[in-house]
Design a protein around this ligand. Sequence first.
Ligand code: LHQ
Length: 259
Amino acid sequence: TVLVSLEAGVLRLTLNRPDKLNSFNEDMHRALRAGFERAAADREVRAVLLTGAGRGFSAGQDLGDRDPRKGGGAPDLGHTLDTFYNPTLRLIRALEKPVVCAVNGVAAGAGANIAFACDIVFAAHSAKFIQAFAKIGLVPDAGGSWSLARILGEPRAKALALLAEPLMAEQAADWGLIWKAVDDADLLAEATATATRLAAGPTRGLGLTKRAIQAAATNSLDAQLDLERDLQREAGRTRDYAEGVTAFLEKRPAEFSGE
Ligand code: LHQ
């Protein structure tokens, strides 16, 4: 349900249930989570690229898995979040390596919100984001209420969530929800090039940078200045910092090891 490959330090995770628009069943949840766990543990992985197979990125939760017509009483959706979505969301945000996302087609419900949790998001011009939850009586999850409100502010976050209308890639980029909308034909090449470039970078410094920017949302300026000091102290001790400065002084490209 998730294709996994490692090339040039980039762990590529491809959601792979294309005939169901890569909607999440338990298998795919487990496989995606395992992919991010590997990304954290494996030193050879220095960046992640998340994308989808076929014409969609992900349609969110597989609704066929929870057919109310089959009876069995009301399901505990909180349990689904605790068991599956939330651990994966936390892994993505805590991973001290860059996560690039290539949204190749429609991203609905939790599918959209998993994309918004990634660090650098490219989307094909034809891709659209839909907070589909309102259509079935649910609340935005997989971090969506948090990321939409933080990135867009309440007026746009509420309209997207309450109306569940599609937001095209170009508009998402204009609003700052994603990094770039690119031509469909260029999406994978462009996202792969970016992930590959990041994977050849000073991984520790990039990871600490991610941590610093994420902490800013909840820190005061004072706390953030202290955090920058601490993280810079750590970055200054890496081999890659020494290599970066040496390469600059020797007027040659740096060769970062990730250490
Ligand atoms: C699907 C799905 C799908 C199964 C397309 N499931 N088959 C929820 C509950 C529990 C715990 C916590 O979290 C959540 C989080 C959520 O993610 S809730 C939101 C769930 N997602 C949705 O409500 C989106 C449902 N899908 C759609 O609205 C449309 O499929 C979109 C707008 C994504 C795409 O539309 P189209 O491009 O017109 O494609 P389609 O509708 O024809 O879908 C293609 C196939 O994929 C089709 O199967 P079929 O056998 O008829 O070819 C769909 O049934 C299937 N599919 N989404 N979520």
